[in-house]
Design a protein around this ligand. Structure first.
Ligand code: FAD
Ligand code: SF4
Ligand code: SF4
Ligand code: SF4
Length: 487
């Protein structure tokens, strides 16, 4: 945050602190006097600038900050796995194309959709209001960088006051910002939050694009951060198209921009201690990638993308009923979500040298940044148990990255009818603690042969511990089980 003019500590002291501010811009949208403005800070994150000369101390901004004045959360009622039956929509969306189906339904009812689209020139993304399907298409796919909020909450409020139905799709902190800004429930407002690992630095993205341009990728005509053209849904792929018709494809594990997200450097301060994790949710619906669908929904899996949909309110339920005919849909449970989308419950870990990273971003070349911080992450997809051993040994991230491999390897073995294993786990290296099941890993040094596999599982509730133990015992998989639940 930046101050100019005379400081009025009473006003700004009551807004979220620098470390907690999510950049939701509820305060800025609420200020009628131009005393707060949306800016991008040194590290490339959205925050506010305060001009005391303009402030009349009305304190309206304070009441709408969802960090200092939390809004009432919803509780998860039920969970589905789903995808859009229209393949073209599914293919151009991040996961199952559910957000598009919801938007279409609201447009059909004469409403509008608030979502995030690219700005001209691909230097950033911003919230916009869609009135038709063409504009709605621009919202498809996750754009992994922080969005400018601009005056979207004011626009939404004006439409709601005119009794126009609104679907607002965004990150949980932004849905909280909208609801806090409005200050009352509107019957015609529907909110959809995306399960979220974090908001990424705009500056980090711009540096990355400059790096690609220096490699000769000029005249950009499209950027897709979840392209399914080559790798399908499971292989996260960044595609940059240029006006000469060339598609430049980068697989996420080797792409410095994605690595900056997974190693945590690119994330906003508020994301390391996010207030919007857990089973209490901000939106009427929550959408997540159904990672591991090849194991969870084998009968329909074709790698075109499946979403997990959390229904958190009656409005959310009504929305899902409205679009059910457009979807393949199946009831599922919370365990299937938390073991693949850990971001639902836990925040990413702050990297030790984050401050230095942002300092270096201005001082050294992007090639040097890659060398120092963003070396490729070892390949995620593993074919054999031996691969898993390798990753355990080679991975800078240690046991937890390997845990992903082991989970996946077990499923492969299960498919081959060699072993039966019921739990799937994924992790990109940070210590993400799910409520019930933590990553499964095996200690590299102790393992020489498949028969030597030890599965370490830490669980916090007795019943999960018992059932995992029984399953492993039945399948004769040697294991150690830690359960810290009180029996
Ligand atoms: C920054 C970010 C981080 C995410 N992290 C995770 C995660 O850790 N685990 C997980 O399971 N899922 C995560 N997701 C959600 C996931 O990628 C999909 O968005 C979700 O599965 C819905 O997919 P879909 O196919 O229905 O819709 P999609 O076609 O993906 O579209 C969903 C909506 O996302 C909105 N959107 C796109 N970019 C942004 C942005 N930068 N800010 C706000 N809204 C945006 C668009 O307006 C659109 O309406 C994340 C999404 C984002 C944007
Ligand atoms: S107190 Fe009122 S005038 Fe001052 S910044 Fe907050 S909303 Fe704006
Ligand atoms: S309202 Fe949002 S942008 Fe303003 S201080 Fe609070 S969290 Fe930050
Ligand atoms: S992790 Fe939390 S604070 Fe960060 S963008 Fe997501 S919801 Fe907002």
């Amino acid at each position: 945050m930046y101050l100019s003019g005379i400081e009025d500590m009473n006003v700004i002291d009551n807004l979220a602190s620098e470390l907690q501010c999510t950049g939701c811009m509820a305060c800025v949208n609420r200020c009628d006097y131009g005393a707060l403005t949306e800016i991008v800070n040194h590290d490339g994150f959205i925050t506010w600038e305060y001009n005391a000369d303009r402030c009349v101390e009305c304190e309206k901004c304070i009441g709408v900050c969802p960090i200092t004045h939390p809004v009432k959360p919803h509780k998860i009622q039920k969970i589905y796995a789903a995808f859009n039956k229209e393949e073209a929509i599914q293919m151009k969306s991040s996961s199952g194309g559910i957000a598009y189906a919801l938007g279409e339904a609201i447009l059909k009812d004469g409403g509008m959709v608030a979502g995030v689209a690219w700005e001209k020139g691909f230097r950033g993304v911003s919230y916009q209001l869609a009135y038709n399907q063409e504009q709605l298409s621009g919202f498809c796919q996750s754009k992994y960088l922080q969005s400018y909020i601009k005056d979207i909450y004011q626009k939404v409020e004006r439409q709601l006051e005119k009794r126009c139905p609104i679907l607002f799709v965004g990150l949980p902190c932004q849905i909280a910002g909208l609801r806090a800004y409005l200050g009352k429930e509107y019957k015609l407002l529907y909110t959809v939050e995306l399960v979220c690992r974090g908001n990424l630095s705009i500056k980090g993205f711009q540096k990355y694009i400059s790096f690609r341009k220096a490699q000769g990728i000029n005249e950009i005509s499209a950027v897709s951060m979840r392209s399914k053209l080559r790798g399908g849904h499971a292989q996260i792929t960044l595609e940059i198209d240029t006006k000469d018709g060339v598609q430049h494809i980068f697989y996420a594990e080797e792409d410095p921009y994605f690595v900056s997200m997974w190693r945590g450097y690119a994330l906003n301060n508020s994301c390391y201690d996010c207030r919007f994790k857990g089973e209490s949710r901000m939106g009427d619906l929550s959408l997540a990638d159904a990672w591991g669908s090849e194991f969870l929904y084998t009968d329909v899996f074709d790698d075109k993308g499946i979403s997990h949909v959390l229904v958190n309110s009656n409005k959310g339920n009504a929305l899902m009923e409205k679009i059910a005919h457009r979807l393949w849909i199946r009831k599922t449970d919370i365990n299937n979500v938390v073991c693949v989308s850990k971001s639902l419950l836990t925040s990413a870990k702050r990297p030790e040298h984050r401050k230095q990273f942002y300092h270096d971003l201005d001082q050294i070349s992007y090639e040097e940044i890659i060398d120092k911080y963003l070396k490729p992450i070892p390949k995620r997809r593993l074919a054999t148990v031996e691969d898993a051993f390798y990753y355990q040994k080679e991975s800078e991230q240690g046991k937890l990255l390997c845990a992903y491999g082991i989970g996946e390897t077990y499923f492969r073995l299960q498919k081959e009818k060699i072993l039966k294993f019921d739990y799937y786990t994924s992790s990109f290296g940070e210590d993400q603690r799910a409520n019930q099941i933590e990553p499964v890993y095996l200690p590299y040094k102790e393992v020489k042969h498949r028969e030597d596999i030890f599965v370490y599982i830490t669980v916090h509730d007795y019943h999960s511990a018992k059932s995992i133990h029984e399953q492993l015992y039945k399948d004769r998989i040697p294991h150690k089980l830690f359960c810290d639940a009180t029996l």
